[in-house]
Structures are given as C-alpha cells and as structure tokens.
Design a protein around this ligand. Structure first.
Ligand code: ATP
Ligand code: MG
Length: 588
C-alpha cells in the first residue's frame, strides 16, 4: 500500500540541488580530514576527506528531542547517506547552564532509534562543542590582534541604546578604538576572573551602521561564572552562540551547515567570522556554508522546548516520554515508528517558506507504515457478553485468523471459540437504526473467522443497560469451510472467548491539544489542552496478546494500531497504548 506513494529516492529540493552542484563543481573535493576536528594546520596534515560532504545535527542538550528535531535529523543524516557523506552528532553545549547528562542520553537514543548513526570510516562522529573552548579562545585573541574585536565596557543598557534601529544606524562605542594591546590585556583579565559578570564584553568590530543589525559589532564572549558540565570551573568566560556555531562547523570540516530560517540574518556574520579566522591562518578554504530551511510547525502540538518543559514540570503529562507529548521519547512509547517519521520527513520535504503541516499527515504516515508491518489481533474494548445458546457448554473449537490480510506468508493463529464470548457493546442495538447491519433482535451477523449467528434475545440490568445478548449459531457456516457462504450476511463482528480472554489495561490516547494552533491569538496555550487526551479502559483480548513483547505493535481489528507499552509491559502483563485510530476522527 505504501510502496506506490513512497518515493524510492526522496524528492529533490533546494538543498539537494546545492549539494549536487557542489559535488559537480568539486567545491569540497580538495578538503582534507585529519581524523578529528581541528584547525587548518591539523586538517592539512590529514588525508583527503573520504566523506564527500559533511553535515551535522547540533542539538543543545537542554531538553528532549521533538518531532521538529526529527525533521532536521532525517534531513541532515539523510543527505549524508545519499551523497556519500558523513553527518556529525554534535552537542552544542557552549551554554554552561541548563545542560544535563539525562538530555545527552535521550538525544543519542532518539537519533539511533530514528535509524541513524554517527559511525563512519571507523570513526565516531559524536562531538561536544565545549571541547573547542580552547580554540574559540585562541580565535578571539586572533581577532583582537588583527583589530577585529574589542572589549566594550558599556553597560547593557548603553549598548542597547547605541545599537540603533532598523531605520537608524548605531553609534560607535567609546571603547571601539582602543589598541589591540589594550584589548588583549583586558580580554585576558576577563578570562582570569579579574572582572565581575557582565562588567565588560568582547565584541566583534564590524560596522555599527550596517543595515543588518547582527553586524553591528555583535557580542562574542561574555563573563559568566558558571560551572560547565564538561569543563567544570575552568572558564569564567563563555562564547556566544552566534560566534561558537560557525567555529564548530569549521573545525569539523562541515560543508553544508543547515539550520532553520531564523538564522538567515546571522549568515553574513557566519561568513565574516570564518573569513577573518582564515586570514588569521586558523582556518582554511573551502569554508562551511550555512543554508536555511523552514522549521516544522505541526498542528495540535507545541514544538518548543520551553513549553514542553512547562508541560512536564507542571505535570500536565506524566513525563518526557508521556505518549501524548510530541517528544521522540513520547512518540516511541505511543507506538509511532522510525519508518513513519522518515516517510513523513520525505513527504513534507524542505522549503524556504514557513507553513503549518497538518498533524493528520504525520498520522497517515504512521498508519501507512503500520498497515504494512503490524500483525492483526482481536481486542474487545467495550465488552458485553454474547451467549450462543445452542453451543455446547464445555466445548472449545479452533478458529483461524490470518495475521495479516495482505501477507498470507505470515500465517494464521488460533482463536478459540466457546459458548460465551465478549463482543463490543456497539455491535448490538436493541432497536437498530437505519443501515445498521450488526446484531439486533432477529438480526444475523458473522462472527469473524467463526460462524453466522442469529440474535434471539438479550438481558438488561436495572439501569436499562444491555448486559448479555443471546444468539444461536448456524453449524454449517464456519469460515473457511465448504458452505460457509451459503447464507449471506451484511455484518461481520469481532469477538473473544470469555473463557480464554486476556484482560488488559488499554490507554486510549488522543491529541494533547484540542485546537490546531494551541495558544493562537490571545489564548493561553494551556487552555487549549484536550481534557480527553487519555482514557484508560479494561479490554478483553485474544489470548495470544498476553505474550506480547514490550513495544510489539499490532492492529486491533476495526479499532486502530496499538503498542505494548515499553515501560509497563515488562512484568509479563502487557498494557496497550493506542497509537492511532484506523481513520482520522478529527477531519472536519
Ligand atoms: P526549540 O526551539 O524547541 O528550543 P532549538 O532549535 O532551540 O529548539 P536545538 O537543540 O538548538 O533546539 O535544535 C537542534 C537542531 O534542530 C537545530 O539545528 C534546529 O534548527 C533543529 N530544529 C529545532 N526545532 C526544529 C523544528 N521545529 N523544525 C526543524 N528543525 C528544528
Ligand atoms: Mg536552538
């Protein structure tokens, strides 16, 4: 089913066009790679780079990855795979606060889970930006020495006031024309802890009148007394992100540095910085180039770490891997598949224009993959009893259910039929509505993989709820036998034997937000939470499901796709999470 829709080769896009042009023109063909990140001298001592291109996925380890990151991972690792390149996993950990090992571990797990790796040519391309602090410091001194950076003693307010606006140029700092020697001495004092946090800052010296505000002498190093998870208390000055990122790319010999559109205005500084460091002899051409694409915006979820952290910390969900969260850890527990995410990434493509992607597109990708791969099983989610009054009391007989309707090679399994069965409450109506072809008094229906039965009566409790339905079976109509079709029926319902059923908890997950654009307009996004995003029920299932392994995925016939919860199924009593229904119930 999916094969006709899934392109074998992902559709072309502007980034692929750029890479193909660079390969054709040999833009990066002469590059060398010394086996690890390093400056121009180190790389020059290496071998010709076996990787035709180098891309990178550079998460900040300050949260769990979400579905937006999956787009970036599939893009960067996918390009490296398709063009004989390498993709680095780089932890962008230059900010000493907020970063934790727990996040590092969950990020590596998620990237692997999506089907990608960072081992190539006998080399592990997993890097930490904080390992480049020495180089970043040396690069800053080089900029100072060549007159391209200065220490500014203005207060933050003064700097803001002098930055100018979109229509007015900024004003030069009174400290802008100090000699390199003075700047160098001050910068070393900053490094040596001689000045208070925020007392001064190192700025690039570019152009206070530039129409691009990002080029009006951007800050590149600040004083910040904070313990870093990797470098401890060794530094009390830390590089700014916009300064650190191009350097990280250059040291790793990245060719195509792909980021989201909000960095477009930073590109001139990215190029300026790497050119100055090349003039200073620290780096060499060809330099990495930055390209921007539109980030993923997905309806019915929030894809911002800040909000995800709030949902977790304020306990709107049970944790980072709550199956309702758009984190990759949550999606995994929900039963979403890596194949589904890769299909999704290919299908939405990359573009330069911001837009919203319908959540349904993601769900359809999951349905498509699961329809192919998930075995079928039977579960009754809202059980009432069906008694076959003319069936012997102590008898049990085998019925055979195919594991996959389009894949006979996957075989069949036995489902036992007995006198008492569980059926869905909605498969019986005391007074059938028009077009209702399931059970009702005197109605006839097929018990899927079993017999045709005729409804002969029902029982109700004091509150008027139907508790038991009675029927008689027609002995010559068993599925798979000669004569099974001698009686034509319009309805076909699923069932499990009460005597053999496996009783299990099922979690019916639905969308976490009830609005397509949570928090749109003046609303608080928390007010848009869907109060019915989780319903826990007790279901009756065919006996084979009691042996389901954690993370085993199934289609429960007529209901949707379900997964044995990876955390709560371990004790030999699987619990099931609904991944997605068979059809979209949200489409208006
Ligand atoms: P958030 O905005 O949720 O805090 P972030 O951009 O700060 O995310 P990073 O850890 O810096 O998170 O992101 C790592 C990479 O993932 C970056 O290259 C970024 O461009 C990319 N990325 C993050 N969010 C999205 C998204 N919604 N769509 C596509 N790529 C994304
Ligand atoms: Mg970021």
């Amino acid at each position: 089913m999916s094969s006709d829709k899934t392109p074998a080769v992902p559709a072309s896009n502007f980034i692929r066009n750029i890479i193909e042009r660079d390969i054709e023109q040999g833009t990066y063909a002469q590059r060398k790679w010394a086996g690890s990140p390093g400056d121009a001298a180190q790389q020059a001592s290496g071998q010709p780079d076996p990787a035709r291109i180098r891309t990178r996925f550079p998460p900040e380890p300050n949260g769990y990855l979400h579905i937006g990151h999956a787009k970036s991972i599939c893009l960067n690792f996918g390009l490296a795979r398709d063009y004989d390149g390498v993709c680095h996993l780089r932890f962008d950990d230059t900010n000493p606060e907020k970063e934790e090992q727990e996040y590092v571990d969950s990020i590596t797990d998620s990237v692997k889970w999506l089907g990608f790796g960072w081992e190539a040519n006998n080399c592990s391309h997993l890097y930490y930006a904080s390992n480049y602090f020495d180089f970043m410091y040396r690069a800053a001194e080089t900029l100072i020495e060549s007159g391209h950076a200065y220490v500014d003693l203005q207060t933050a307010d003064e700097m803001r006031a002098n930055r100018g606006t979109l229509t007015e140029p900024g004003k030069d700092s009174p400290w802008r024309n100090r000699s390199p020697q003075e700047n160098l001495a001050l910068f070393r004092e900053m490094r040596d802890g001689k000045h208070a946090d925020g007392a001064m800052i190192l700025r690039a010296r570019i152009d206070m009148a530039s129409p691009n505000i990002n080029l009006r002498d951007p800050a590149i190093y600040r004083i910040k007394r904070a313990t870093h998870h990797n470098t401890g208390d060794r530094w009390c000055i830390y590089p700014m992100y916009t300064y650190a990122h191009p350097i990280e790319d250059a040291l790793e010999q990245i060719t195509h540095s792909i980021c989201t559109l909000e960095f477009e205005d930073q590109r001139p500084f990215y190029d300026w910085l790497l050119e100055r460091l090349t003039e200073g002899g620290l780096l060499a051409h060809p330099l990495p180039k930055q390209y921007e694409f539109a980030r993923l915006n997905l309806t019915y979820v929030v894809l911002s770490k800040r909000r995800l952290i709030e949902l977790v910390e304020q306990k709107y969900v049970t944790g980072w891997d709550d199956p309702r969260l758009p984190t990759l850890a949550g999606a995994r527990r929900r039963g979403y598949t890596p194949e589904g995410f890769r299909l999704f990434a290919d299908r939405i493509g990359v573009s330069k224009a911001d837009s919203w992607i319908e959540y349904t597109i993601l769900e359809d990708c999951m349905r498509e993959v699961l329809n192919e791969s998930a075995e079928r099983r039977i579960a009754v989610l809202d059980p009432i009893k069906l008694v076959i009054t003319n069936y012997p009391e102590n008898q049990s007989e085998d019925c055979f259910a195919p594991n996959h309707p389009q894949k006979p090679e996957l075989g069949k399994r036995v489902v036992p039929l007995t006198r008492e069965l569980w059926i869905e409450r909605e498969d019986f109506m005391e007074v059938p509505s028009k077009g209702y072809f399931r059970l009702f008094p005197d109605g006839v229906v097929r018990l899927r993989y079993g017999y045709v039965v005729k409804c002969t009566g029902f029982e109700k409790d004091a509150a008027g709820n139907v508790t038991v339905v009675h029927c008689e079976y027609l002995p010559d109509t068993k599925s798979g036998t000669v004569g099974a079709d001698s009686i034509k029926v319009k309805g076909n319902i699923h069932w499990v034997s009460t005597q053999h059923a496996y009783t299990a908890e099922v979690r019916l997950y639905d969308r976490l937000f009830k609005e397509a654009h949570p928090g749109n307009g003046d609303r608080d996004y928390l007010d848009d939470l869907n109060p019915d995003s989780l319903k826990v029920i007790t279901a009756q299932m065919e006996p084979t499901l009691k042996d389901a392994k954690p993370e085993a995925r199934f289609q429960f016939e007529r209901h949707g796709y379900f997964v044995a919860d990876v955390k709560d199924s371990a004790t030999g009593k699987p619990v099931f999470n609904r991944t997605v229904t068979l059809r979209d119930a949200w489409q208006k």
